[in-house]
Design a protein around this ligand. Structure first.
Ligand SMILES: [Zn+2]
Length: 356
């Protein structure tokens, strides 16, 4: 048990000797610190003390980036691992095999593997890939040439990267094997510039974003998509997360939030995931042909399969299948009608042109 008075006193003095003995959570910022953290003091009513980082994280708090309280709780290799992380971040193109990394940190391969996972939560290999993914995403934003971006990010071939990229979508394929059995889905509707929009979500993310003319039609579509799931109207007022997702989609439709990064919880084959991940890299206001998408995922002959993957997308906007058209410049198909596809493309182009 923590002695609250001693904690307050140590916090007051920013006592370094108290570091590691307890942790200071600040509810208003969602951060927890060492007692000696040099950051500005929070109001006492927002402060909670915790005996371990785990308890603070159980309350939804994240480790402070300034005082890095987690490093106290780690094994003595932690500092070397921190350095190693910085090194990998600075050199995402290098191959970084385990032996090289271990030699750099002065640890055995076994020790590195174990300590790294304990400290960072990922294996060294996963961390290297995460750094490459981040670089890839940055260069995709800056450049239109996907093959080049993939090469720049240190992946050998574009097919590999899309397999890795799958982890971006928070999918849980097992739960969906039987039409969503055991999954609870809540839904709500919102008006949009292209008609009524229904949004369905599990507690992991959005699983359904579709357009229609009325709620009954949309609800029927939701039930068809997840016939075995428990489906219920969202309670009001909507939970904060759900409100944020609706606000993000609405802002996106209004052209005020070109980049949508929402947690998704969808069912997909590996091929669909590859296509959908790729679609998320097409910038707001731009279009590509089915053929370009097929080439982009390293399957240039799979044009029809790409079109099918677009047509089976269950989360409009979040996976922007409306940005894919025929090579001839014709619109191709759209699950929610060509008029809506045309309207979305025009809307994005106009907003983009206006933004200069
Ligand atoms: Zn701090």
């Amino acid at each position: 048990m923590l002695n609250q008075d001693q904690c307050w006193e140590a916090l007051e003095r920013r006592d370094r000797n108290a570091d590691g003995k307890f942790y200071v959570g600040v509810l208003s910022t969602g951060i927890y610190c060492r007692p000696s953290c040099p950051s500005r003091r929070a109001l006492p009513k927002n402060i909670r003390f915790y005996a371990t980082p785990k308890e603070a994280e159980r309350d939804g708090l994240r480790a402070c980036l300034r005082c890095r309280p987690l490093e106290l709780a780690r094994d003595p290799a932690a500092e070397k691992i921190q350095e190693l992380c910085r090194y990998v971040e600075a050199h995402p193109d290098d191959p970084h095999d385990l032996a090289d990394l271990a030699a750099r940190a002065g640890l055995s391969r076994f020790h590195l593997q174990r300590s790294f996972k304990a400290a960072v939560g990922l294996t060294p290999k996963q961390y290297v890939e995460a750094c490459r993914m981040r670089k890839l995403k940055q260069s995709l934003r800056a450049s239109k040439d996907v093959a080049e971006a993939v090469y720049d990010a240190g992946f050998g071939s574009s097919s590999r990267v899309y397999e890795r990229a799958d982890t971006r979508l928070g999918m849980t394929p097992n739960q969906y094997r039987q039409g969503g059995r055991g999954v609870a889905i809540s839904y709500a509707t919102a008006e949009s510039p292209v008609g009524l929009m229904m949004i369905g979500a599990t507690d992991r993310g959005l699983c359904f974003v579709q357009f229609g003319d009325d709620e009954q039609e949309l609800l029927a579509a939701l039930r068809r998509e997840y016939p075995a799931a428990g489906i219920a109207a969202m309670t009001t007022p909507h939970p904060a997360e759900f409100r944020n997702w609706i606000a993000a989609l609405t802002n996106h439709l209004a052209g005020n939030q070109p980049k949508l990064e929402l947690p998704l919880d969808i069912q997909a084959t590996a091929f669909q995931m590859r296509v959908w991940n790729y679609l998320q890299s097409i910038p707001y206001g731009e279009v590509q042909s089915y053929g370009e998408v097929a080439a982009g995922i390293g399957k240039p002959s799979a044009i029809r399969a790409v079109a099918r993957a677009c047509a089976t997308n269950t989360v409009a906007l979040a996976i922007p299948c409306h940005r894919v058209i025929r090579g001839t410049g014709e619109l191709g198909g759209y699950r929610w009608g060509l008029a809506r596809k045309r309207a979305l493309i025009d809307l994005e182009r106009a907003k983009r042109a206006a933004a200069g």
